[in-house]
Design a protein around this ligand. Sequence first.
Ligand code: DAH
Length: 353
Amino acid sequence: MLDELSQIEQNALIALKEIAQETELEQWHVTFLGRNSPLMRVFDQLGSLPKEERPAIGRKANEVKNTLEKAFSQTQERLHQIAIEQALQSEVSDISLPGRKVARGRLHPLTQTLRQISAIFAEMGFQVYRSRDVETDEYNFQLLNFPPHHPAREMQDSFYLDLPHSPDNPILLRTHTSPGQIRAMREFAALNPADPPPVRIILPGMCARYEQITARSEIQFQQVEGLAVGKSITFSDLKGTLTDFARRMFGGSVQSRFRASHFPFTEPSAEMDIECFVCGGVGCAVCKRSGWLEILGCGMVHPVVLQNGGYDPQVYSGFAFGMGIERIAMLRYGIEDIRYFYSNDIRFLEQFV
Ligand code: DAH
């Protein structure tokens, strides 16, 4: 049986030398080391051998097995190396070939516009405050001085969410960024309730209103709110800040004007227009022949709103403003339809480098 084992070993090693492919190597393994190979049959028979013969044959069988396994892995390694060398040799490099263009993404025009707006206000000392997208009726309306049956609440038809809430305080997607004013003031005031610190922030974010979608209105849109609260803030601070903003955003010579308006959370309230840069104020289709383009709403923070934010209206005053980012971007880039912003058409998006 020792001879038989030597024979098995020799046959296997000879067969191994012939092998040039990985599939053949697998077959070799089955033939010489597999469950039904002659070598494995020797192991199976060990138990039935005379006791004296068993150790020598067992030892020899193990040696053969080790030898074959080692030879197997060496061959495996050799075939692998050959495969790599062949692959390298067959690869032809043409170093004069021009490289492939890497597709580069770019920022969404609204993101670019928001960044410009933020940068301008940052230079004036305004920090960014991020408030929540989902609000309660209390913050979105009540604390901003909208009484329960105020017509503005009808005007801003809202997306109410089907979530557990108390009956008089439903949960909704915010209809404007103004509720962030209350959240921010309360957070600032909590730092030192006896003498709250001044506030100078902008609050950007997504808003939603349940409206007919047209070229001029979308159900989702972004706003930037602004809020400055301190001990001697006046309407001229408001005018100076926003006039400066308009010049930096739309060009140094742009004319602006403030018109009296109404919002529940500001008193007095105004809307700001800039001179139409399409016709230079003469009157055209873009400005609807008026010569002016409305860009934002603003006003002095209403005493009730200051109070709700934890700021004593006897001591503090402030101004606030709110603008639609889509509208600013449409004016800046001459975009005629607000629906382009959210329709993900690459031909539109590619134009804003
Ligand atoms: N929240 C108003 C809206 O969505 C915009 C606005 C107007 C915000 C006047 C203000 C403001 O802070 O003072 O139409």
